[in-house]
Design a protein around this ligand. Structure first.
Ligand code: URA
Length: 234
């Protein structure tokens, strides 16, 4: 693999910055100052350091994105922009996919990875991965309705939802809903079952991951080592 590609995918710097960084002496390969950003390295064997710190090579890519409105959670779409379209060239790569779906008008945390086995496990219904959403509804939700979330709501197609949690805030027309499943339009349909309507929906956590408040809408970052560890051991 080329050194500039390695520096890009490990999040040290962008591929285009790599040349300058290598020239500036910030990169060593097996303890020796790298001479050229297009040098070939073996990511499994060579020890690369950036600004004096060893760079951990991961076979898989893990990205947290703050999904904006109007973007679809898909790898490609004939009509709309996808979450992958928000990644720059060099980061977007074959095999990367959104782990789970958010509706086009839902905002917030979405995980992108090319680790198919992990994605599959996290999305499997039996994994019961917790997802938390901040919501606002058209009408206030009563305590009695909130209790129906805990016992399972019957949706318009007869499906009975798994016990969910709702923590009401303010006047009862906003708060946090916690789900352990992810049926199509689930929260919107749960509110419809109460003759109510979602007017704002934002995912604030997914399993052990919490939406990074420093990420503006449409921004993304690589997961930290701790986050990857937490995800892999979830
Ligand atoms: N529930 C919904 O209705 N939409 C989402 O995007 C996520 C959960």
């Amino acid at each position: 693999m080329r050194l500039d590609k390695f520096l890009g995918i490990t999040g040290c710097c962008t591929r285009s910055e790599a040349k300058k960084r290598v020239r500036g002496g910030s990169v060593t390969v097996n303890g020796v100052c790298a001479s050229s950003s297009d040098a070939q390295i073996d990511p499994e064997r060579d020890e690369i350091a950036y600004c004096g710190k060893p760079v951990i090579y991961r076979k898989y890519t893990y990205i947290m994105m703050n999904k904006p409105e109007g973007v679809v959670s898909a790898t490609e779409d004939g009509r709309d922009r996808t979450v992958l379209d928000l990644l720059p060239d060099g980061v977007r790569k074959a095999g990367l996919f959104p782990c789970g779906r958010l509706d086009k008008n839902t905002l917030g945390l979405i995980l992108l990875t090319d680790n198919g086995a992990l994605g599959h496990r996290l999305l499997a219904p039996k994994s019961h991965v917790e997802k938390r959403y901040y919501f606002r509804s058209k009408f206030p939700i009563t305590e009695a309705e909130a209790a129906r979330f805990a016992s399972g709501l019957v949706l318009e197609d007869g499906y009975e939802t798994k016990p969910a949690k709702i923590d009401l805030e303010g006047e009862g027309d906003c708060g946090v809903i916690t789900l352990v499943e992810g049926k199509y339009h689930q929260i919107k349909r749960m509110l419809e079952a109460l003759q109510n309507k979602i007017v704002y929906l934002e995912r604030i956590s997914f399993g052990p991951l919490t939406l990074d408040p420093t990420l503006a809408r449409g921004e993304w970052r690589y997961l930290t080592e701790d986050e990857i560890h937490a995800l892999e051991n979830h």
